[in-house]
Design a protein. Sequence first.
Length: 268
Amino acid sequence: MPARLSKFPLEHPQQIRNLIREDKVKGSTAGLAPGYIQCNLLIISARYAEEFFTYCEKNSKVCPIISRSNPGEFVVPDLGDDLDLRTDLGGYCIFERGKAVQEATSIKEIWQDDFVSFAYGCSFSFEYALLKEGVDLAYLRRGQREALYITNIDTTPHGRFAGKIVASMRPFHPTDAIKAIVVTEKYPLVHGAPIHVALPHLIGVDLTKPYETLGPVELAENEIPLFWACGVTPQRALINADLPICITHKSANMLITDILLSDFAEGD
């Protein structure tokens, strides 16, 4: 039986966003809208936007910017029709001075005219491409997702923004691991190829101690771990920067865009 991204029947991004906005679809967006790009979302004051943007440019593997809004702008047509950044994610996390103060399903009430939003690619997006290319995602068939780990690899700092790279780990049989590397390197907007293969201790990772996980993740016999740069990295950089306020998507509750992943494949 082939792995499925999701048992959820929804496929059209706008349909899913509308249901999320109406609070009828909740939780992880993994597997929804296969073939379309899902994005991490970060929202900060315009005062810090240019400095943060430069940090992202210097660390494009972990923060591949797809869209940057104008100050106060929450409707971003280049991401999708009838898309509202204040309501169309299943969950938001609000931080003040680096401390989590609130989770919400809408940020309309706290929206500010100087907010600048950054949308950047998420690795949820490339799993559909892997399946299309015949890569066996055995971990999905086992009902598992990826796990996140803080590595010992530094990002390139800029101004107040710095930190270690957070990586998402997915297990593969060696043959499928090679295929996964070849396929994902075509998609730099959703983190591209892995940053590390096997031997997790070399990047300071203990597989038994994930930073965050979407469920149990294990290496089956003859599987090796592949590590991709993860969008949680710039989240942590923002939190560590001690900004008066910043807003991020809630873990695994991504922004589903109308952008087809295939439109941005490199080398085809």
